[in-house]
Design a protein around this ligand. Sequence first.
Ligand SMILES: Cc1cc2nc3c(=O)[nH]c(=O)nc-3n(C[C@H](O)[C@H](O)[C@H](O)COP(=O)(O)OP(=O)(O)OC[C@H]3O[C@@H](n4cnc5c(N)ncnc54)[C@H](O)[C@@H]3O)c2cc1C
Length: 289
Amino acid sequence: MAREGYFYWLDWPTYLQKHDPTGMAWYRNTGALVVKTPHNKQLEKVKASLDEVGVGYLDLDAEGIKTYLPNADLRKYFPQKWITDDGFGTPTGDKIDGALWIPESGYISDPTLSTHNVQVAAEAQGSEFQYNAEVIDILKKDGRAAGIKLADGTEYHTPIVVNVAGPHSGVINRLADVEKTMSIKTRPMKQEVAHVPAPEGMNWERDGYMLSDGDIGCYSRPEIGNHILIGSEDPEFDPLLWIDDADDYDTGFTDQWKCMVMREAMRIEGLPIPNKTQGVVDLYDCSDD
Ligand SMILES: Cc1cc2nc3c(=O)[nH]c(=O)nc-3n(C[C@H](O)[C@H](O)[C@H](O)COP(=O)(O)OP(=O)(O)OC[C@H]3O[C@@H](n4cnc5c(N)ncnc54)[C@H](O)[C@@H]3O)c2cc1C
């Protein structure tokens, strides 16, 4: 799916067949550096998959990482520890196992605009959208979903209802009365993303790329304002911030923010650890297994 999507993003206007007057989202092909760990089995299976679908990569030893990240601290920290655990920040080995450099990788910097592009393209094909309309019930007939009911009382009858409610998907499944038959259910989970300034002398906004570092349990990419955007790869022993009600939860940062930034600073020498938290707090829709 990712490989197929890559070609759509490379030529987004051709894929959509419609120009959005608001502007078109653009794909930044920065490349990606993915660190080998015992957990990802030194990326052996990943390499086999990349070979199979014809994606090029460079197989780097630890020193080879310096070509892409000159100020890398190459020491090993796996298995990751939580911020309050003994030994947090203490290396467990002299060097990480290496990494893959995958040049045909990147990101779309403006998901809102890209979604608007899709809306405009879909409308050109006859789709209709209705906004600010809450689905309060899933209509049923003969044991199947048969439509939706909105808060203003409007009903739409249809043989197919698609649940794309994101972190509210569990609520919709309960309205449809199907959750109890699902062996794997979905639940919202709080996630934090940190924005921190790049180290002095580093133009990460210009030179940066996707960095998936399973050794420290973080992913990162460049962000506007010469910032580094850091997210968690949710290592095994980190607390999971399950949320009961996706409409009512604490949207403040927790120790997850601090832990991620400190972990990223273990790899990128000179990364500032600001006192002021900055970034995004939102919800993942997660399977409960
Ligand atoms: C902090 C964070 C960082 C992320 N970073 C990245 C990233 O860097 N790259 C990436 O690819 N992905 C990222 N993701 C994941 C990405 O945001 C999601 O995969 C994506 O938004 C899912 O899109 P969706 O349309 O399925 O659901 P959503 O975007 O959640 O949309 C669901 C919509 O359904 C609506 N809805 C819910 N219930 C009802 C109802 N009863 N009636 C009417 N409407 C309803 C909601 O209001 C919402 O608009 C990130 C997620 C988080 C939380």
